[in-house]
Design a protein around this ligand. Structure first.
Ligand code: NAD
Ligand code: IPM
Ligand code: MN
Length: 355
């Protein structure tokens, strides 16, 4: 019996509500398989913790998390704590601390999922975003000069290292090669005359090693238009940290909504634990009501199963989500249902159990 040591960080708002359902699904898959199990340790970090202790996580939080095989995170952020404090103190700290430089975000329209695009079918929206997750616009480099003075100046640097660009771009080429898909790089070299010109150059350079992969390069403004007008043209997509953040919320919108969008923060070398999370936030507007959609968290649970090599179970979880979406009997209000968060989690488990 293989045991996977899992750290759960439910976090704030709807985080704990959706993570509970994901854990339920992971435990059910393990029990049904019989060959592996999950051992969970929960960390109480987040905004409540901050209000009590003046910090988002323990000082040695990264050290504590190091011993785990993976991290399952809900969401971070609550009214009352400035977002840049809460996110930099927990979510971004983990992504950076564990060099989770790949943010893998499926943008796939599952059968039965609502789609605001007229006539779009599941086969028209089937992309995988490879978002750079360690530097770029999120490097945290800058300065705030003459604060609160009339001559106040704020500088936020984008940091694009050769190492950082090459590794994420190479990962995307490898994925495209493996899956026999096209690869689209999204950048903005016409205006960002250093960072994005460099990005485009590295994309072309690395591409010489992958003559078998058909590539496209798009400017981010045009790319966002095409994601709505012609999403079929995208298969594997590679882009910078900020563009990937924005475009994957757009992706969520065309593929069922925030309640269905999942993401994995990967350290591909597996030197450090990877982290799995729904891409949505803590949704303070619906927190505590028991109506948050847990399907995004459950989809990221299926990414956990894939990550440990249990792709068969990962697939079964996605199939179960698709069945709920097509039957439309047990869905949360964001996608037109009346069920609670817990009822949706229970229904996924029932389907896995073959009931
Ligand atoms: P959000 O994703 O929390 O919410 C946006 C909208 O989508 C809201 O109307 C919300 O109700 C809805 N929504 C989100 N997830 C849902 C779900 N599972 N089921 C049903 N509806 C859902 O984004 P926001 O409002 O911009 O941010 C709220 C807080 O979350 C902020 O503090 C922000 O910084 C933080 N945030 C955290 C993460 C993260 O931890 N990964 C991601 C994004 C935002
Ligand atoms: C996401 C979130 C985070 C990001 C925020 C909360 C820092 O929006 O995971 O998409 O921008 O990466
Ligand atoms: Mn985001």
């Amino acid at each position: 019996m293989i045991t996977y040591k899992m750290a759960s960080v439910p976090g704030d708002g709807i985080g704990p509500e959706v993570i509970a359902e994901g854990i339920k699904v992971l435990n059910a898959a393990a029990a049904l398989d019989g060959g592996f199990r999950f051992e969970w340790t929960e960390f109480p970090w987040g905004c409540d913790f901050y209000l009590q202790h003046g910090k988002m996580m323990d000082d040695d939080g990264i050290e504590q998390l190091k011993q785990f095989d993976a991290i399952y995170l809900g969401a971070v952020g609550a009214p009352g704590v400035p977002d840049h404090i809460s996110l930099w103190g927990l979510l971004l700290e983990i992504r950076k601390g564990f060099d989770q430089y790949i943010n893998l975000r499926p943008v796939k329209l599952l059968r039965g999922a609502p789609c605001p695009l007229k006539d779009a079918k599941p086969e028209d929206i089937d992309m995988t975003f490879v978002r750079e997750n360690s530097e770029g616009e999120y490097a945290g480099s800058g300065a705030w000069l003459y604060k609160d003075q009339p001559n106040e100046v704020v500088i936020q640097n984008g940091v694009f290292s050769r190492h950082g660009c090459e590794r994420v771009i190479r990962y995307a080429y490898e994925l495209a090669r493996k899956e026999h898909k096209t690869l689209t790089s999204i950048s903005k070299g016409n205006a960002l005359n250093y960072s994005m010109v460099f990005w485009d150059q590295v994309f072309a350079e690395v591409g010489r090693e992958y003559p078998d992969v058909k590539t496209y390069s798009l400017l981010v403004d045009a790319a966002s238009m095409f994601m709505v007008k012609n999403p079929k043209r995208f298969e594997i997509v590679v882009t910078s940290n900020l563009f990937g953040d924005i475009l994957t919320d757009l992706g969520a919108a065309i593929a069922g909504g925030m309640g269905l969008a999942a993401g994995a923060n990967l350290n591909p070398e597996r030197k450090f634990p990877s982290m799995f999370e729904p891409i949505h936030g803590s949704a303070p507007d619906i927190a505590g009501k028991g109506i948050a959609d847990p399907l995004a968290a459950i989809w990221s649970a299926s990414q956990v199963l894939d990550f440990f090599g249990h792709e068969d179970w990962g697939r079964k979880v996605i199939d179960a989500i698709e069945r709920l979406l097509t039957e439309k009997q047990v869905l949360t209000p964001d996608i037109g249902g009346t069920a609670s968060t817990r009822e949706v989690g229970d229904a996924v488990v029932r389907i896995l159990e073959g009931k």
